[in-house]
Design a protein. Structure first.
Length: 345
C-alpha cells in the first residue's frame, strides 16, 4: 500500500472542499461547494478534472442539492433528477460522470431519507475509488518491467481519481517496487495537466519525471528508447475505441510506428455499454482562450481562429490492451469488453 500523496477533494464540516487544480502547482487553495450549482461550475471550470473523480464529486453535488432542497422544504425526487441532469451536462466526454450520478439515483430506491441515501452513496463511491485504483495500479505495475522508459500524457494520478490513479498509479506502484523506471510526461497543451499536475504529484512522491512538449513525442520515442506508452481514458466504446485527452491519438499512431506497446488504463465505469464504436463519442470543445493565451498573456493575434477539442479517440486497432481493475482486457475487444462488463454492479 502506497500513502496517498494528494487528495483532490474532502468533505468536511458539512461542505465539499475541492483542491483548485487550476492554480496548481503555484498555489494550494480549496474551493468550497454547497450546492449542485457550485459543483457544476467547479467541474465545468476544471477546478476538479479527471474522469473518475468528477463522477464522485458530482455524487456529492447531488447530496448537497438534496440537503439544500430539504432546508427549503422542497425535497422531491423530481428536483434531484433535474439536478442530476444538470450535473451530467457539466462535461460531455467522460462517461464516469453520468455513471456516478445514475448510481446515486439508483441508491434512492426504497429509501425514505433521500438526503442520507445520497450522502452514503457519495461516501461509498469515494471509498471505492481508493480500492479500485489500488487494484488497477497493482495490475498495471505487472506490465511495467524493471528499467522501463514510459511515455504518458495528461494526468492520471491521485488528482484525477481520488485514489492512487490509473496509468500514473501503476508507475507509482512500479517505482515503489524498486523497478528503476523512467517517466516521460507530455506537457499536455493547452491545459498543461502533464506539466502542472503530473509533474507536481510525482514531485510530492520524490519520483523523477522528464517533461517534454507534446510535439517532442516522436523524437523522444526514437532517441530515448521508450518501451511503453501508458495513458488514461475518458470513455471506451464496446469495440475498444478509446476517448482520452487530446494528443493521445498521435501517441498511439507513433507507438504503432515504433512498435511500442500502447495501453489505456480505465475502471469498468469508463466503458460505455451504449456505444458500439468511438464515432458516437461526444467530444468536448473548450474555450479558445485556452489556446490563445498562456496565463494572462496573449500568444496569438486577436481574431485568430481556434479549434480546441479537449479529447480525441484512439481506434481499437492501435491498442495493445486495456488495463482495468478486473485485469487486462485484450483484443479482440468486441468479445472481451462485453464479457468484462458483466462484472459491473
Ligand atoms: O480534461 P481532463 O483533465 O479532465 O482530462 C483527463 C484525462 O483525459 C485523463 O487522462 C482521463 O480522465 C483519465 S484520468 C484517470
Amino acid at each position: 500500500m502506497v500513502d496517498l500523496p494528494v487528495q483532490p477533494f474532502r468533505f468536511k464540516g458539512g461542505k465539499l472542499h475541492l483542491l483548485d487544480q487550476r492554480v496548481l502547482p503555484w498555489k494550494k487553495t480549496w474551493v468550497k461547494c454547497q450546492s449542485a450549482r457550485d459543483v457544476f461550475l467547479a467541474i465545468r471550470q476544471m477546478v476538479v478534472r479527471g474522469a473518475p473523480v468528477i463522477g464522485t464529486v458530482a455524487a456529492y453535488g447531488l447530496f448537497l442539492e438534496a440537503r439544500k432542497a430539504k432546508k427549503e422544504g422542497q425535497l422531491t425526487r423530481q428536483r434531484i433528477e433535474k439536478a442530476a441532469r444538470f450535473l451530467k451536462s457539466a462535461r460531455p466526454t467522460a462517461v464516469n460522470l453520468s455513471w456516478a450520478l445514475e448510481r446515486s439515483l439508483q441508491s434512492l430506491e426504497g429509501k425514505e431519507d433521500m438526503e442520507q441515501a445520497l450522502f452514503e452513496e457519495a461516501q461509498r463511491q469515494e471509498r471505492e475509488n481508493i480500492a479500485w485504483t489500488e487494484k488497477i495500479s497493482r495490475i498495471g505495475a505487472e506490465i511495467i518491467p524493471h528499467g522501463a522508459r514510459i511515455l504518458t500524457i495528461c494526468n492520471t494520478g491521485p488528482l484525477a481519481t481520488g485514489g492512487y490513479g490509473t496509468a500514473l498509479g501503476a508507475m507509482i506502484f512500479a517505482w515503489n517496487q524498486k523497478k528503476k523506471i523512467q517517466i516521460f510526461a507530455c506537457e499536455t497543451r493547452p491545459y498543461l495537466q502533464g506539466a502542472r499536475l503530473t509533474a507536481w504529484e510525482l514531485k510530492q512522491l520524490k519520483i523523477p519525471v522528464t517533461l517534454i512538449t507534446d510535439g517532442m513525442a516522436a523524437w523522444t520515442m526514437e532517441k530515448k528508447g521508450i518501451d511503453l506508452v501508458l495513458v488514461g481514458a475518458d470513455r471506451i466504446a464496446l469495440n475498444g475505441d478509446t476517448a482520452n485527452k487530446i494528443g493521445t491519438l498521435q501517441l498511439a499512431i507513433l507507438a504503432h510506428h515504433f512498435r511500442i506497446p500502447f495501453y489505456p488504463f480505465a475502471p469498468l465505469s469508463s466503458f460505455d455499454p451504449h456505444l458500439a464504436s468511438g464515432e458516437e463519442i461526444s467530444i468536448e470543445e473548450r474555450n479558445p482562450r485556452e489556446i490563445l493565451f498562456l496565463g494572462n498573456s496573449r500568444i496569438a493575434p486577436s481574431g485568430t481562429e481556434v479549434f480546441n477539442p479537449a479529447f480525441d479517440v484512439t481506434p481499437a486497432k492501435l491498442i495493445t490492451g486495456i488495463v482495468t481493475e478486473e485485469g487486462l482486457i485484450s483484443p479482440p475487444f468486441s468479445e472481451s469488453i462485453p464479457g468484462a462488463l458483466k462484472k459491473l454492479p
